[in-house]
Design a protein around this ligand. Structure first.
Ligand SMILES: [Zn+2]
Length: 287
């Protein structure tokens, strides 16, 4: 069985394919189709939730609760989501998108059946705005704390000191926003970051980030995904043509086509635990 072909990178929300497997798993019933527009949640870095929607066969709709990664080993072991014992793209496994169906899968939806796949387009659009806003907020954060490094931590996608890569420990995207957590511990101080000055100037830093985000939204820059191939495990990168230069970030998620799709993006910084910066990003769609 070949790897699942995916079309979400170009913004597709509708597709057609042939069911290749129907499996029960600890996550529920999983339907695998040879090609799909559904974006699956990643099992190793689950930042963006999988798409929801429906599989349509013979006029009947079967609800898809969430798309997720699935894989089959060369020995024939089928695994889904967190049960996959290897990293995405590992050798010796074929990589698939699974469509999780809550409840029973009708017998009409068996291997070999032609299906139409319909992603919940409003949910996808909200997640795409949330993911693009998340990347922009991270880049604006890197820029807003660039003066606080005593040593070079390496460069981010815009050439600024890469706070994101050094400190980010989790990223959770939802419709029209995200929550990112950054570890401000000893190792970051040892890497040369001035956490004391950062804590003392938190409100100014937040205002600087929000001013930058307003400028980027006003630029209406184009945003797109460039893929190295058609399968779910081919590398994909987000490109955003910002006035400061084109940002290119390795990313498996979905994104808006233009920053004109936003009315605004803003962040709130929280340091109630001095070791943990929580950045909450909120996007408002353009009317
Ligand atoms: Zn991303």
């Amino acid at each position: 069985m070949p790897a699942t072909l995916v079309t979400f990178a170009d913004g597709s929300v509708i597709g057609e394919g042939i069911v290749t497997r129907v499996e029960s798993s600890s996550e529920g019933m999983i339907v695998v189709v040879d090609a799909t527009p559904f974006h699956p949640v990643d099992h190793t870095w689950p930042d963006q939730p999988g798409d929801s929607g429906a599989l349509v066969v013979g006029g009947a709709q079967v609800a898809v609760a969430e798309a997720l990664m699935a894989a089959i080993s060369d020995e024939g072991d089928f695994a889904v989501g967190a049960d996959i014992p290897v990293k995405r793209g590992a050798e010796g496994w074929t990589w698939l998108v699974g469509h999780r169906v809550d409840g029973d899968v009708p017998s009409t939806l068996a291997a070999g059946t032609a299906v139409r796949l319909e992603v919940d387009a409003a949910h996808r659009a909200g997640l795409s705005r949330g993911h693009t806003a998340c990347h922009l907020a991270s880049l604006a954060l890197d820029l807003a704390v660039a003066d606080l490094w005593r040593k070079d931590p390496g460069a981010d996608a815009l050439g600024n000191p890469d706070f994101e890569a050094r400190a980010n420990q989790s990223s959770r995207i939802h419709e029209d926003g995200s929550v990112d957590e950054y570890r401000l511990g000893k190792s970051l101080r040892r890497a040369g970051f001035d956490t004391e000055t950062f804590a003392a100037t938190l409100a100014e830093r937040e205002a600087t980030i929000n001013a930058q985000l307003s400028a980027w939204v006003a630029s209406a820059a184009t945003s797109r995904i460039v893929t190295e191939g058609p399968t779910i495990v081919d590398r994909r990168r987000w490109h955003c043509a910002l006035p400061d230069g084109e940002a290119v970030i390795l990313c498996g998620g979905t994104h808006v086509a233009s920053l004109a799709e936003f009315h605004s993006i803003s962040v709130a910084l929280d340091l109630s635990d001095p070791q943990l910066l929580v950045m909450t990003t909120t996007a408002t769609p353009a009317a």
